[in-house]
Design a protein around this ligand. Structure first.
Ligand code: HEM
Ligand code: MG
Length: 297
């Protein structure tokens, strides 16, 4: 099978960088720079111990300009919800996702990546994520318990198995801004009912409320649970925006859509209670081609 981009299968290290950009100038120069990304990563790794890994993915309109055909289920992200519970669609031509054990090298990699092409692009969002406490979201709940763990399981869920796009992966990303004062006014029991798991140790509640987060996203279709590979991390500053940079990889966009529709009230009118305490400010789908396809663009 074709080779997946190196970031996707290993579990996330403690520091990440998520960059969404639009191409305004020479698109060929940018695609070439994307093709050099993994060599750039390897040159840093040969000098530093940082387990630096990256993936690069493309928004649909930009992908279509490369005339490589369109992965079967590659749609653009559309806005969701209504009233106070909404998610915007903010798009983006290129997503650069970097993960390592060192914040400084994530910054360094982006600086090196941009140097020759800075005039060709606009950065829409540049967010630095970090592992928080014992892998908790800023709600102080453990995030990632039900994430596929072994390399094999993650490959099964994240990677397109056959056909011309084999080794590729669909990506979904939303940056959430939390309202922690409101969240922390709830007692622990109430918080647990919002998440659907216990706070100290992430045990699923005996009766998971249907409108809890887990109640919304733990979806079974024909007896099979829908899975995605999450690479999300907390980000931000105490005095400014902070929350979760949600990002996940999957071999089908269907799972993202089913979860989002369930969270935002499109499936049965119920909305995810977690969304009373956090709001998405970005939202986009991307496609991360295999290493071989990336080189062929
Ligand atoms: C589970 C937090 C957004 C999909 C969880 C859990 C937490 C959590 C604490 C339980 C532990 C675990 O299994 O990881 C958050 C926060 C979010 C967020 C704070 C945003 C601010 C999303 C979004 C999706 C999603 C947007 C997908 C569209 C999932 C899935 C699970 C999960 C699939 C595992 C459910 C299971 O199989 O039991 N999330 N999440 N989450 N979340 Fe989220
Ligand atoms: Mg479950």
């Amino acid at each position: 099978m074709a080779t997946a981009q190196p970031l996707i299968l290993p579990e996330a290290g403690p520091f990440a960088l998520y960059v969404v950009m639009n191409v305004k100038g020479d698109r060929h120069a940018l695609v070439e720079q994307c093709q050099k990304l993994h060599d750039l990563v390897e040159s840093v790794n040969s000098q530093q111990h940082a387990d630096l890994r990256a993936s690069v993915a493309f928004g649909k309109p930009f992908w279509l300009t490369m005339e490589k055909g369109c992965p079967a289920q590659f749609d653009e992200f559309t806005a969701l919800g209504e009233g106070a519970i909404t998610a915007p669609a903010t798009g983006g031509d290129i997503l650069l996702h970097v993960n390592s054990s060192r914040h400084d090298l994530n910054f360094y990699l982006l600086r090196k990546f941009m140097e020759p092409v800075a005039e060709e692009l606009d950065i829409l969002d540049e967010t630095y994520g970090f592992k928080y406490l014992d892998a908790r979201d800023m709600t102080d709940f453990i995030d990632g318990t039900e994430n596929p763990k072994t390399r094999e399981a993650r490959a099964d869920v994240a990677l397109i198995q056959d056909g011309e796009f084999a080794g590729g992966s669909y990506v979904m990303m939303q940056r959430f801004v939390h309202n922690l004062p409101a969240w922390n006014r709830l007692n622990i029991q109430a918080q647990e009912k919002v998440i659907g798991r216990t706070k100290p140790d992430s045990v699923e509640l005996e009766n998971v409320p249907a409108a809890s987060h887990v109640g919304r996203v733990d979806i079974k279709e024909e007896g099979k649970g829908l899975k995605i590979v999450r690479h999300s991390l907390p980000y931000g500053t105490v005095s400014g925006d902070h929350g979760l940079l949600f990002i996940a990889y999957c071999n089908t966009q269907h799972n993202f859509k089913a979860m989002l529709e369930s969270m935002y009230g499109h499936t049965d009118g119920k909305t995810d209670q977690l969304l009373r305490f956090t709001s998405a400010v970005t939202g986009a789908y991307f496609f991360a081609p295999s290493m071989e396809m990336l080189q062929s663009l």
